[in-house]
Design a protein around this ligand. Structure first.
Ligand SMILES: [Zn+2]
Length: 301
């Protein structure tokens, strides 16, 4: 890395270009984030650049005195050890005088210089703290526990998640991308296919979901909207209640099997009656519940 990219310069100011390795380009892109988290602890100052390393609390001196080039002062390659005399600060570069209050606060230990990682209290690097620092924390997905739960099927959960975010490849979206020539729902051939139509304005899926709600003794309100149905399940059932697990399994399974039926009709030219689709949903839920009961019994043994 030193020989190829830094070439005797400073790591923090080394740049990348399009032909460089992916690792180096990624490092270059995240350097500014890392710079916010790293401070050099001065021991004897011998391995710390006065201008380019972050060794005072406010950051790098080259950034703080940006109107001044280190080369102009002839001290561009000096290390902090040049500012130390008899274990005391000896600021012999006049342009650094304004920074004296910050520099004077730094105690000189006489040991080797070291790096301090600021996000952790003890100064030691951890991947957890680094990830927390660089990640962008988005809004919390409030329906997370309707989508993901211990007995959920990952494929079905992912399908439901995509549906809730309106990211399924429904025909209204495909037409916008110029991929599909028809926008008619293949389940009913009556209306345009969209997420909101499939879940739940289409007579085919309405029938299946109504049957599920009947079995689960859920109130059949006329919301006919996937997000509202998911919110109702979350609101109306208490956590750890068995019926809550069943309702979530039913919603996950219904969204999945309606989507599978759509795929079957478009790509395999085959049809399954809505009663048969409901039967599959029922079987899915039954298998999940039985599997969980067996797992619980095995846990008690
Ligand atoms: Zn339809």
């Amino acid at each position: 890395m030193h020989g190829r990219y830094i070439k005797g310069g400073n790591f923090w100011d080394a740049t990348s270009n399009i032909l460089d390795s992916g690792t180096w380009k990624h490092l270059s892109n995240t350097k500014s984030k890392a710079l916010e988290c790293i401070r050099k602890s001065i021991g004897n100052g011998e391995t710390t650049s006065i201008w380019f390393d972050p060794w005072i609390q406010e950051g790098r001196i080259v950034d703080l005195l940006h109107s001044l080039s280190p080369q102009q002062t002839g001290t561009g390659n000096w290390t902090v050890s040049r500012l130390i005399h008899n274990s005391q600060w000896n600021i012999i570069i006049p342009c650094l005088i304004p920074l004296l209050p910050s520099i004077a606060n730094i105690s000189i230990t006489g040991q080797k210089d070291s790096c301090k990682w600021l996000p952790t209290g003890n100064g030691v690097f951890s991947f957890y703290s680094a990830w927390n620092h660089i990640r962008s924390s988005g809004a919390v997905f409030e329906l997370y526990n309707v989508v993901w739960f211990p007995s959920s099927n990952p494929r079905m959960s992912y399908c439901l998640l995509k549906a809730l975010y309106n990211r399924l490849s429904t025909r209204d979206r495909l037409i916008n991308f110029g991929i599909s020539s028809s926008d008619i729902c293949v389940l009913c051939n009556l209306a345009k296919e969209s997420r909101d139509h499939l879940y739940f304005q289409c007579p085919y899926s309405i029938f299946i979901w109504k049957l599920c709600k009947l079995k689960l003794q859920m109130n059949d309100i006329d919301d006919r909207d996937l997000n509202t149905e998911a919110q109702n399940i979350q609101r109306n059932f208490k956590l750890k209640d068995k019926s809550y697990i069943l309702a979530r399994l039913a919603l996950n399974s219904t969204v999945w099997h309606v989507w599978q039926e759509r795929i079957r009709r478009i790509f395999q030219n085959q049809k399954m009656h809505k009663i048969m689709v409901f039967r599959r949903i029922y079987e899915d839920i039954k298998i999940s519940v039985e599997f969980n009961c067996l797992a619980c019994m095995a846990g008690k043994d």
